[in-house]
Design a protein around this ligand. Structure first.
Ligand code: C2E
Ligand code: MG
Ligand code: MG
Ligand code: MG
Length: 282
């Protein structure tokens, strides 16, 4: 590059930006090989029913064991994967790996645990997304009702890819569909009629607010919506016993968060399936 004077030239040579740019390119290159090298791993976080005092489900959360950088969180590489067109391959790997794991747990006697899998909005651009998901489940011999796919509110704002139809087809096949981070997007309630989802996951930003008050109008509204539409609710990011108690008083029974467990390996998850959670409500 030719050095030019002026504001743009100064920005171009900002060493911080430059480092960021170089890291980003390195990440992109490495990500291409991550799948082949077997560097991706699924962690699992339990979903607890307080009334049943047990783990009723697990959410699969993707990790990248980078040879130099260590464990890279999904927030740093999923957006890159989406931009460079690798997300399709990654999502297929996630789906297949999670389904294979659920099948293994079922064979070892955990026959009714549910599995939640996160999908990227880009996955719904493919016309055969429903067929490949249904195919994956049947290949692993899984009952459709034991798998739930997590999508985001933003996917429902623009239906150019026929997302509503695909959600309906998934639901007709018996597969669960959850709206992740519910309440943080801009979607209108009318969308819940068009997108027949099965579960709302209350975003952790609202749970955090339970620290200053024992009740929260948004959480009450979400539980009301869930009742009205006959949907399940899961509270995300429950870190403290007080929050769990407040949620229970608000009518929310199923929760996920560091209070119960941080996401762990498949091996750790297997141990959680065998035990009764030690945290109880008063
Ligand atoms: P998410 O689906 O909303 O997942 C919940 C995130 O909150 C996870 O972060 C989890 O580790 C974290 N979390 C759980 N309990 C607590 C808590 O009590 N306190 C706090 N502070 N955090 C908690 P993680 O694993 O880093 O994943 C971040 C996001 O990356 C996920 O948000 C999801 O949107 C995306 N993601 C994860 N795995 C996949 C995947 O396989 N495919 C796709 N497309 N996206 C994924
Ligand atoms: Mg999720
Ligand atoms: Mg979430
Ligand atoms: Mg999220």
């Amino acid at each position: 590059q030719v050095k030019r004077s002026g504001k743009n030239a100064f920005r171009f040579f900002d060493p911080k930006l430059n480092t960021h740019h170089r890291e980003r390119i390195a990440l992109e290159n490495d990500l291409h090989q991550a799948l082949e090298r077997g560097e991706l791993e699924l962690f699992y976080q339990p979903q607890i029913s307080l009334s049943q005092q047990r783990v009723i489900g697990l959410e699969a959360l993707l990790r990248w064991n980078h040879p130099q950088l260590g464990l890279v969180p999904p927030s740093s590489f999923i957006p890159v994967a989406e931009e460079v067109g690798l997300i399709g391959d990654i999502s297929r790997w996630v789906l297949d790996t999670a389904c294979a794991q659920l099948a293994r747990w079922r064979r070892s006697g955990h026959t009714d645990v549910k599995l939640s899998i996160n999908l990227s909005p880009h996955d719904f651009d493919h016309r055969d997304v429903v067929r490949s998901i249904v195919g994956c489940l049947s290949q692993h011999g899984l009952p459709a009702g034991q798998v739930e796919l997590e999508i985001t509110e933003s996917m429902m704002m623009n239906d150019s890819a026929g997302v509503a139809t695909k959600v309906r087809q998934l639901r007709e096949a018996g597969i669960g569909v959850a709206i992740d981070d519910f309440g943080t997007g801009y979607s209108a309630l009318a969308y819940l009629q068009k997108f027949p989802v099965s579960t709302l996951k209350i975003d952790r930003s609202f749970i955090r607010e339970l620290d200053v008050a024992l009740t929260n109008p948004i959480i009450s509204a979400i539980t009301g919506i869930a009742r009205g539409f006959n949907l399940q609710i899961i509270a995300e990011g429950v870190e403290r016993q007080e929050q769990a108690d407040a949620l229970r008083a608000l009518g929310c029974d199923v929760m996920q968060g560091y209070l119960f467990a941080r996401p762990g390996t498949a091996h750790e998850a297997e141990a959680w399936l065998r035990q009764v959670p030690s945290h109880s409500t008063h």
